[in-house]
Design a protein around this ligand. Structure first.
Ligand SMILES: [Zn+2]
Ligand SMILES: [Zn+2]
Length: 83
């Protein structure tokens, strides 16, 4: 699961789960302004900074929905195997 850091590592501006934020593959996290200043390159690892996906649900809600969807996936796999 992606670590959703609560603030920009450069300017300490707080970033909610639905705010625009930029991350590298190590989850170093920066706000929009700092990302622009760094030209989308992480100052910690040199990796590319990309737009972080927003998080709209709690992990528990996601787990419940995944579980609810599992039987359907099993059905689809069974149909695919029949071909
Ligand atoms: Zn910042
Ligand atoms: Zn980094």
């Amino acid at each position: 699961m992606l670590l959703m850091k609560p603030a920009c590592e450069a300017c300490k501006q707080s970033l909610s789960h639905t705010d625009e934020a930029y991350i590298c593959s190590y989850e170093c996290t920066f706000c929009n302004a700092c990302n622009a200043r760094m030209q989308a390159v992480c100052p910690n690892c040199g990796g590319k900074l990309v737009l972080r996906p927003t998080r709209e649900s709690s992990p528990v809600a996601v787990a419940i929905r995944q579980a609810a969807r599992a039987p359907l996936l099993v059905q689809i796999m069974a149909i695919l195997r029949r071909r």
